[in-house]
Design a binder for this molecule. Structure first.
Ligand code: NAD
Length: 465
């Protein structure tokens, strides 16, 4: 079906009310959950083919995340959908006012390749819970996952209201010409701009989940052994191709010197002496990304610093070793772009003031991490920097908390989701006011504004203030 017909069919389903009943929403969410649970091995297999993701990592960071999100939504949806009463000012009393959450209509979800299950289906949970018809656009750069999810989604969900369009830039460009009621995009800043421009044509609201350079500050008050383990875990998971991965590290020279061998030890513990042999370590998604990342290593076209750990590559296998770079300066190429791979530069600074200055000089990050036991350092980081999220002592885990908004700020994104917020992203909060006809208390506001009325209005307003 071409995009025009696809969207027309979904709009028909939405307009005839298919997606609005609570029972339909719950049935779709349960079907999606059952699909994920029943077909876990198949989905894990596809993720392995695309990204060499270990099945445990696939389960923990992709499949289970969506299942948990569905469980959270199913537990609370009835309550979240109840109209919320709000008080009315005396001037218009008696009246009742409430906020009603209504679905937006036909929405488009565009996903990237790095977490191709989670980032396609997590927004879908919100869209279905809110009662929308949905077009899903999986990433062509994770082709096995795209094909598997397309087949499973179409076999499991109501295809009158859920469609999948596979393909890349050309297919997405065609889709973006259609009028949607919301577009939810996860991916790069560059394409985010394309999406935003296309949405402007139809005044379609958008959510943009973008990336950027998420810094990590480590100071000497922390337990460096645990910090090193958690940083290595967050950075090298999915071979560094994680939007919330620690991008670069800021520390004093003394702290960095103690941290580097500990990160090396943690990495050896996770992936063995030769991570290439480890089935727990992933691969770079495609040749283009591989070449870009290889170029950032010492000796590469954009290389900087010294490889204190790793630095080796295998082009045929798209393998890049878990790498730590020391001696990196803020104006080196590796500090001028989102790394999105297993390369961790360490920039040494005199102290927290300089670290904050480095962070503030860059674009507002998606996440900011700090390993410190100092309350004062935490307070200063929280108040002097801006980022989508701040997490102390643990990278990436904030996205597992349904009550926390997941999203960026400024160039790292626009809007946030997860939990109840996912429902809100795909809902319109409609204001509903109802006033009885009798008694007609509005009479005070009706013209003509005679002298007597003027005096009355002023007396009443002064009493109500
Ligand atoms: P991408 O922008 O290349 O692709 C994302 C989607 O856009 C794909 O579905 C693709 O088909 C589509 N697309 C690509 N070119 C297009 C074009 N010219 N016109 C219209 N659509 C087009 O992004 P990516 O490389 O897949 O993802 C990497 C980026 O995503 C990183 O910057 C990362 O930080 C970010 N990211 C953010 C989050 C988040 O939750 N904030 C999560 C994952 C990734």
């Amino acid at each position: 079906m071409d995009p025009v017909d696809t969207v027309a069919a979904l709009r028909h389903a939405f307009d005839t009310g298919t997606t609005k009943p609570y029972a339909w929403r719950v049935a779709q969410l349960r079907a999606l959950r059952a699909m994920l649970v029943e077909h876990t091995p198949e989905i894990e297999g596809a993720l392995h083919r695309d990204l060499r993701k270990h099945r445990d990592e696939a389960l923990l960071t992709e499949i289970n995340l969506v299942v948990s999100e569905i469980d959270t939504v199913l537990r609370h949806l009835r309550q979240w959908l109840k109209p919320k009463r709000t008080s009315v000012p005396m001037l218009i009393a008696p009246a009742t006012a409430s906020v009603v959450r209504e679905p937006l209509g036909v929405v488009l979800i565009i996903a990237p390749w790095n977490y191709p299950v989670q980032l396609l289906l997590d927004p879908l949970v919100g869209a279905l819970a809110a009662g929308n018809a949905v077009v899903l656009k999986p990433s062509e750069l994770a082709p096995a996952t795209s094909a598997t999810l397309t087949r499973l989604v179409l076999a499991s969900l109501d295809t009158d209201a859920v469609a999948v369009v596979e393909g890349g830039a050309d297919e997405t460009t065609e889709l973006l010409k259609q009028r949607f009621d919301h577009i939810f995009y996860t991916g790069s800043e560059r394409v985010g701009q394309i999406v935003l421009k296309a949405a402007a044509e139809h005044l379609t609201p958008v959510t943009l989940e973008l990336g950027g350079k998420s810094p990590v500050w480590v100071d000497e008050t922390t337990d460096l052994h645990v910090a090193a383990r958690r940083i290595a875990w967050g950075k090298f998971m999915n071979a560094g191709q994680t939007c919330v991965a620690p991008d670069y590290l800021l520390a004093t020279e003394a702290t960095a010197a103690r941290l580097v061998p500990l990160i090396a030890a943690a990495t050896r513990h996770f992936y063995g002496a030769d991570p290439r042999q480890s089935d727990s370590y992933g691969r770079i998604v495609n040749d283009r990304q591989f070449e870009r990342l290889a170029g950032l290593l010492p000796g590469g076209a954009d290389g900087a610093g010294t490889a204190a750990l790793g630095g080796s590559t295998d082009r045929a296998d798209r393998y890049i070793a878990p790498t730590v770079l020391t001696g990196v300066r803020v104006d080196d190429p590796v500090m001028q772009q989102e790394i999105f791979g297993p390369v961790l530069p360490i920039v040494t600074v005199a102290g927290l003031d300089e670290a904050i200055a480095v962070i503030r000089a860059g674009a507002k990050p998606l996440a900011l991490y700090a390993f410190t036991e100092s309350d004062e350092a935490r307070r200063r980081i929280l108040t002097l920097t801006s980022s989508g999220a701040v997490a102390f002592n643990v990278p990436s885990a904030h996205l597992l908390v349904p009550g926390l908004p997941f999203g960026g700020v400024g160039p790292s994104g626009m809007g946030a989701y997860h939990g109840e917020r996912s429902l809100l992203v795909f809902s319109h909060e409609k204001a509903v006011l109802s006033k009885p006809l009798h008694p007609d208390t509005l009479a005070i506001a009706y013209p003509p504004f005679t002298k007597a009325k003027d005096a009355l209005v002023r007396r009443v307003l002064s009493k109500l203030r």
